[in-house]
Design a protein around this ligand. Structure first.
Ligand code: ADE
Ligand code: ZN
Length: 318
């Protein structure tokens, strides 16, 4: 599965941080992070909310543009090793300078340089600036402003992640309107924990993609609407299994969503947290649902169609 060329649409930059890098930065900065790792040195958490806590603790050692450039180089290198030729990364200005536009520009410049070097090495990338839902709508506006002000180069989208049980997605409409006016692509985490109504809320923001969206499988009309509107689902099965959003690989609704005609794609979300890689995800889909070359090719074509990049890049990726 490593050799197959792949498109990764849903990858959180901090969530992709190798534990060894986080430990090394913590040592350099004399920060004690021992509580977030298990005896084998892997990230350790009990449930989704605890995962978010550990995620933010790990992120706290990433304090400079140089840290983020170093992280991005490692993350894209790892993606390329598993056959990715294109990756979209969720990057949050909240973690890169506290939502301040001037600081964000410095972080962005460092990451853009790292992204260009990685592209010369064979993996293209783009950034989806990401609001953190449990930080609330006011802070999300700052993210949207950072996105709108730096749109055009590496920054091509707006998203929202974090605790899906915090508030309502429609409270973030201002941020989505701002990003749409700046010509950015739109996606939102929904239907990972929330039911079909959370996916409908995301659609009302004007997104063309949904992060996860797996609980749309509980509503036949909604699945057909997703299919008919050609909305793309960024499904991350290994994440859903590890976090307990589904009972196990065999119970994952990805095949049902695909059978209903929804545009299903596969990504890794936060790979080291879930002990996964893009090739492992493909292997598990092959093992549990019998997916093979044809299914994977179709999935990647949909991913390219839905990617937040220009047509010239899309042609190259196809
Ligand atoms: N941030 C990182 N991973 C996430 C997930 N699976 N859901 C929501 N927010 C996230
Ligand atoms: Zn995610």
């Amino acid at each position: 599965m490593t050799a197959l060329k792949k498109i990764e649409l849903h990858l959180h930059i901090e969530g992709a941080a190798p534990p060894a890098l986080i430990r090394s930065l913590a040592a350099e900065k004399k920060q004690d992070l021992s509580g977030i790792f298990d005896a084998n040195g892997a990230y350790s958490y009990q449930n989704f909310h605890d995962f978010l806590r550990v995620y933010e603790a790990a992120t706290s050692v990433l304090t400079t543009p140089r840290d983020y450039a170093r992280l991005l180089t490692e993350v894209l290198g790892e993606c390329a090793e598993h056959g990715a030729i294109y990756a979209e990364l969720f990057v949050s200005p909240e973690f890169c300078g506290g939502g301040d536009l001037v600081a964000w520009r410095d972080y962005l410049a460092a990451m853009e340089e790292a992204a260009q070097a990685a592209e010369r090495g064979g993996i293209a990338s783009r950034a989806i600036l990401t609001a953190i839902r449990h930080f609330g709508p006011d802070r999300a506006r700052k993210t949207a402003i950072c996105a709108a002000e730096t749109a055009g180069g590496w920054v091509t989208g707006l998203g929202i992640g974090g605790a899906e049980d915090f508030g309502n997605l429609r409270d973030f409409a201002w941020s989505y309107d701002c990003a749409r006016e700046a010509g950015l692509g739109l996606t939102a985490h929904a239907g990972e924990w929330g039911g079909p109504e959370s996916v409908r809320d995301a659609l009302s923001l004007g997104v063309t993609r949904i992060g996860h969206g797996i609980r749309a499988s509980e509503d036949v009309d909604l699945m057909h609407e997703l299919a008919q509107r050609e909305v793309t689902l960024e499904v991350c099965p290994g994440s859903n299994v590890a976090l307990g959003a589904v009972r196990g690989w065999g119970a994952h609704p990805i095949a049902r969503l695909a059978d209903a005609g929804a545009r299903v794609t596969v990504s890794t979300d936060d790979p080291p947290f879930f002990h996964t890689t893009l090739s492992h995800e493909y292997q598990m889909l092959a093992d549990h649902f019998g997916w093979a070359e044809d299914e994977f090719r179709q999935m990647n074509l949909w991913a390219v169609d839905a990617a937040f990049c220009d047509e010239t890049t899309k042609t190259r990726l196809r």
